[in-house]
Design a protein around this ligand. Structure first.
Ligand SMILES: CC(C)(COP(=O)(O)OP(=O)(O)OC[C@H]1O[C@@H](n2cnc3c(N)ncnc32)[C@H](O)[C@@H]1OP(=O)(O)O)[C@@H](O)C(=O)NCCC(=O)NCCS
Length: 175
């Protein structure tokens, strides 16, 4: 899929093995800051690969016209078994590419992909309340805060802060 952005065309496609070094280069500093995700800040490259590429049902990259990786997302069932019809995604945009609509495009793409994979809804389990740009972005894209976990995230600077559960139904309510 190609998505027009104000700056350049964005191509969102499945990750291939050759993308991993670029994906790790944007995941590593994000996880190390430890202010948005609960991955270990010192997560090893193999562990990050296992979590972002091997365990999910799919992993995608968002690239600019030159093929530079600007962002990545992964998608997987939120729960096994009777909860497996609800999807879950993680999104990271490269520091240098933030605020240009990359995550918005990835989230829209992931919702189409989720429907294609048969997911009926999308749940974000642990959106850190201090990640205000992300909370606002997901709300703008139709996700509702359905619950707030008091002090559930230990922020490296702000201490114990709330985390939101966010949810969006992707298909009709027919059974
Ligand atoms: C959250 C994140 C994915 C947003 O990516 P992005 O590509 O900058 O987002 P977009 O450009 O599509 O959307 C920008 C919106 O998010 C806000 N925003 C969030 N983080 C921002 C940042 N670091 N710089 C600029 N804008 C940011 C903007 O205010 C903007 O909102 P608006 O459209 O209402 O003005 C990105 O900051 C990131 O990778 N953060 C670290 C990992 C993370 O928090 N993932 C989400 C966990 S729930």
């Amino acid at each position: 899929m190609t998505t027009a952005t104000p700056n350049s065309p964005l191509v969102i496609r499945p990750l291939v093995a050759a993308d991993w070094p670029a994906v790790w280069a944007l995941l590593q500093p994000t996880f190390a800051r430890a202010d948005t995700y609960s991955y270990p800040p010192d997560i090893s490259e193999p562990a990050a690969h296992a979590a972002w590429v091997e365990a999910p049902a799919g992993t995608f990259v968002a690239c600019d016209a030159d093929g530079t990786v600007l962002g990545t997302y992964c998608i997987k069932p939120n729960q096994p078994g009777q909860g497996a019809h609800v999807g879950n995604c993680g999104y990271v945009t490269a520091d240098a590419a933030r605020g240009r609509g990359v995550a918005a495009a990835m989230c829209e793409h992931s919702q189409d992909e989720a429907r294609r994979m048969g997911f009926r809804a999308m749940q974000f389990n642990f959106v850190v309340s201090t990640n205000e740009g992300a909370v606002r972005l997901w709300q703008r894209l139709g996700f509702a805060i359905v619950g707030t976990l008091p002090g559930a995230f230990r922020h490296p600077v702000r201490g114990y802060v709330d985390a939101h559960v966010m949810f969006k139904t992707l298909v009709g309510t027919e059974t």
